[in-house]
Design a protein around this ligand. Sequence first.
Ligand code: NAI
Length: 712
Amino acid sequence: MISWTEDGGVVTLTMDDPDAGANTMNEAYLTAMAATVERLQVERDQLRGVIVTSAKKTFFAGGNLHLIAQARPENAAEVFETVEEAKCQLRILETLGLPVVAAINGAALGGGLEIALACHHRIVADDERIELGVPEVTLGLLPGGGGVTRTVRMLGLQDALTKVLLQGQRMKPSRALSTGIVDEIVPAGELLTRARAWIDAYDGDAKQPWDRDGYKIPGGTPSSPKLAAFLPAFPANLRKQLKGAPYPAPKAIMSAAVEGSQVDFATASRIESRCFVSLATGQIAKNMINAFFFELQAINAGASRPAGVPAYSARKVGVLGAGMMGAGIAYVCAKVGIEVVLKDVSLEAAENGKAYSEKLLAKQVGKGRTTPEQAAELLGRITPAADPNDLAGCDLVIEAVFESEELKQKVFAEIAGVVEPDALLCSNTSTLPITSLAEGIDRPDDFLGMHFFSPVDRMPLVELIVGAKTSDRALAKAYDLVRQIRKTPIVVNDSRGFFTSRVFGTLVMEGAALVGEGVHPVTIERAATQIGFPAPPLAMLDEVTLTLPQKIRDAARAAGDSAGAFDEHPGMAVTDRLVAEFDRRGKAAGAGFYEYPADGPKHLWPGLVEHFGGTAEVPFTDLQERMTFAMALETVKCLDEGVLRSVADANIGSIFGIGFPPLYGGALQYVNQYAGGLPGFVARARELAAAYGERFTPPALLVRKAEAGETF
Ligand code: NAI
């Protein structure tokens, strides 16, 4: 696990877990590290220095999340001991009296960076693919392997909190250097020789700055005047950033950093361990690890990709429709090197679509994230077109014209004989059922829904919708394309509104229904953000436009089905009235639940209170749970009906596609972890149904699973 090679008194410790693709803080590592440190202590007098490096592509991948996911409050003492033991090894390394240098050959995230921070010098290979940082906060944790204690002592409280700890930034080497968490960037091939050269030239006491007499934390401690001005505002700023959502990790990081800065290293380190254990044994870290690590990894590794279909890589993509969505789709494809033909009704319209990429790239160049040459190369890959024949040679087509079944079928017919004979055909429709759309399309087996979210360049999810005739081959190719453009694919079976739009609809409609009941709109929006929704329902309904639910209802009625169409939903009366009586159609129209003044930020329309009332009293928890329960119950129905194919797709899709509060780990995990488990959730759903309507009645699948003692 850790090999030892000695040359002229310099030991190179190479971490290389034989049983895994990456090194992690598992039992084998802990045992190997303990033995290595013991040997270093014994042979110390014959040695001049130590290099720590890795034989893997990554330097060190971090803590063992499988173990953390099993940590329970009743094992807190045990977890504390394990954490302290791992930290003790690093502390011995750091205080051995030998200069220790980290030669960082690949990603050093979480525990990986914490190992490097315990070294006296950090050299990283000059490779922009390498990421460094402590992203624990994004999993509901804190860097408990010395990450808080050491970054505070290296950078000072303010920089450590804002630049490293609280947002868990992943930094490229150049940024890590300017932030101060690494000391040198060297050509990859010279990593070990430069590490050795540093030891050869070293002429110090091999102590960390914080172990020297008279050491003071840069920027001072909380009692120094500068920090005394900065710190009191910090918790309030943090609350504002989180919009009041109950994330425990940022608060715990803040306490560990502030308390730790006022005591000696050993005490600070114990405070950090204690804060870590309280997070690791809590429910929110489990929810977040489950979704953002295990489920995401499984989905991205191909859990829902049909097996046996050869890997596909798109070369030339035709995008039909250069509006908001088409322009974004063209950009994300060109960004990864795919040739794009962007077609609209006129060349001018197509060029307008390409101009969207120009705008995005100008911003990137301005921020130094892309070079002008890279930007020009990307733009060179997008060819605007008005003639369907320009799609010759395309092996994949993504359609994003207006939302009309007839028009969509027409544009596919136009390119039918033009593109490659086996080209994959995808529609970005957000509401039209794929199976009936396929009826008007040549080669329905090569056709499926590829539902992007707006704005395409920022939203990480793509929902793939399998129609009755979609082949496995088509699905696998679509899956590969989504991975090629570095997004996460969830796979669902056809249904009106698919999965994401159906569940999203239940949230925004619940918000509208509450307006109709006379609850103050500010209270509705606040209730949502305080339970963790990144965006509140009325603001989101304005984004998608108030006429969208009407269109879906009308289309569903015309087709004779009502699933997901909110035919009876009390929220419909509110959107109908806002559109018909007040011509308020949403953000694009400049007026919806919100006002959009040209000269200031948006604000809720005072007319809502005037026309619907604003004094109705609904308990705050009920407001919040009506939103989360509406979404969770619809998700269960999607699973029951076979629209959803997996629990992981439900959880990841609900967070990334619809903004379900990430701290609960997704809509089905929310049900699992609700107080009292599934039986508790069922009981509460029945209460909500009795008080607010049939739509909260728990579906049969949920009741069955609760009675059988199962979870999702
Ligand atoms: P948009 O109105 O911005 O763009 C549609 C474009 O299609 C226009 O530029 C129009 O000129 C072009 N077009 C019309 N007829 C055409 C033809 N015969 N050949 C080529 N181009 C033609 O609409 P948007 O928002 O980009 O939506 C496009 C599709 O994506 C719709 O099906 C919509 O439901 C779906 N969608 C929209 C989302 C959104 O947030 N706006 C999210 C996910 C899907």
